[in-house]
Design a protein around this ligand. Structure first.
Ligand code: EPU
Length: 418
């Protein structure tokens, strides 16, 4: 298996163009199932997860082509309603085909995703929501077998807690349902706004974009879409935090500064300056790093997808930092790996107490999930000596050309093929 090898201690200097967001691209690709015809998606990152999602669509009868970062997907030939275990087990977001398949084919058989490294991650909110829209389902050999007679029926759905993919799934089902659907306590992540824009562009009638209440007036048909994927706020945040750890000065282009309100406040308090300018961000650290506390929350709170990276950053401060994870029950897998680099971190339930020691030392470490891997890259960039990260296929799932982008701004990093 490939490794990433990093020689730490080289500040970052220059400009990085941010790619489209993985977690926006995945639901947009699924939404193409809602209407036959060629759909055009721009700014689509070339990731293992986007390729897996395209393989899934292909298995359902769709065809696609890529020209640079533009994808054309034709779902006219849709002829299958089963998302197989082989595909779903490698990427939980595959469950996002459930809503579109039920809306277009009145039937969907989707493998249950099972557990994952960061928590149990059930899909009960998705299934309860569809049940309220008139869908029957049963579990058959590890598959959710769901069907509805004719169109789904609009209903009022209230989530116990805001779930990103459950909001997206129900939204994609409800746009073609009979009558009105209201989603209360909807997730407000910007990637959902991107999906609302795509669906409204296809002829759907959705109000409440960006709020926790979405009102959907069902329509009978949609037309093919043309949409641009929003910039990846988690990739953006990862580079901002990297500069905090190693120092230097970076400009991030093609990003949306409005998407990370909670991160700038924390970075500012830690001594990392971020300046916003239209679709660019400038980041630099010229003062010693200060310890800050963070608590992950649904948007616009501090994103769980940046918790691991922020923890790596805090290892380089000289103070105490309390990091509380409220979204997933097992998202501290990076702690044991950071220990191997000399970090002083104690876990107490949902919190981690980081005692910043001012630095880390390079070591062989293992990536355990996507964002944990990004935290190890940040730790390696700023640590003394050499860090070797194995199991880098996790990084390939969600970061577009991470090694290339970092090496072009002064990092000493390369990928070592197995
Ligand atoms: N939950 C349930 N039942 C459900 C759905 C969710 O109990 O049916 C719980 C989850 O277990 C979790 C909480 O609700 O405790 C919120 O999870 P959510 O459903 O919002 O997560 P998700 O939709 O599965 C997306 C992102 C994740 C990101 C989370 C939180 C995609 C494809 N994935 O997951 O991204 O961490 O929202 O923001 O959008 C990543 O990119 O590395 C990643 C894990």
């Amino acid at each position: 298996m490939d490794k990433i090898v990093i020689e730490g201690g080289h500040p970052l200097q220059g400009e990085i163009a941010i790619s489209g967001a993985k977690n926006a691209a995945l639901p947009l690709i699924c939404a193409t199932l809602l209407s036959p015809g060629p759909h055009v998606l721009e700014n689509v990152p070339d990731l293992r997860d986007t390729r897996t999602m395209l393989a899934l669509l292909e298995s359902l009868g769709a065809t696609w082509s890529r020209d640079g970062d533009t994808l054309t997907i034709d779902t006219s030939g849709l002829n299958n309603f089963e998302a197989s275990y082989d595909l779903v087990k490698t990427m939980r977001a595959s469950v996002l085909v459930l809503g579109p398949l039920l809306a277009r084919m009145n039937r969907a058989r989707v493998s249950l995703p099972g557990g994952c490294a960061i928590g149990a991650r059930p899909i009960n909110f998705h299934l309860q929501g569809f049940q309220q829209l008139g869908v029957r389902h049963q579990l058959d050999q590890g598959y959710v077998d769901a069907s509805v007679d004719g169109r789904m029926e609009g209903a009022t759905i209230c989530f116990d807690i805001p779930s990103v993919t459950a909001t997206e799934n129900i939204l994609m089902g409800a746009v073609l349902a009979k009558g009105d659907t209201v989603i209360k306590n909807a997730a407000r992540e910007p990637e959902i706004g991107n999906l609302v824009d795509m669906l409204n562009g296809m002829g759907a009638k959705i109000k409440g974009r960006g709020s926790d209440t979405l009102l959907i007036k069902g329509v009978t048909r949609l037309k093919p879409a043309r949409i641009r994927v929003v910039p990846d706020r988690i990739e953006t945040g990862t580079f901002l935090i990297a500069v905090g750890a190693i120092g230097g000065e970076l400009t991030l282009s093609n990003c949306d500064p409005a998407l990370l309100p909670s991160l700038y406040a924390k970075l500012g308090a830690a001594g990392v300056k971020v300046r916003e300018e239209k679709d660019r961000l400038h980041v630099a650290r010229r003062e010693p790093l200060r310890a800050v506390d963070i608590k992950t929350m649904p948007f616009p709170g501090f994103p769980t997808d940046l918790q691991a990276q922020m923890m790596a950053l805090m290892c380089f401060s000289n103070g105490l930092s309390l990091i509380t994870e409220t979204i997933f029950e097992n998202r501290f897998m990076h702690v044991a790996e950071l220990h191997r680099m000399g970090a002083d971190i104690r876990i107490d339930g949902h919190s981690a107490i980081v005692t910043g020691t001012g630095g880390l030392r390079g070591a062989p470490v293992m990536a355990t999930d996507l964002r944990a891997s990004a935290s190890l890259v940040i730790a390696g960039l700023a640590a003394e000596g050499i860090t070797e990260i194995s199991r880098v296929y996790h990084l390939d799932r969600g970061y577009d050309d991470l090694v290339g982008k970092l090496s072009r701004v002064g990092a000493v990093i390369h990928r070592q093929p197995a």
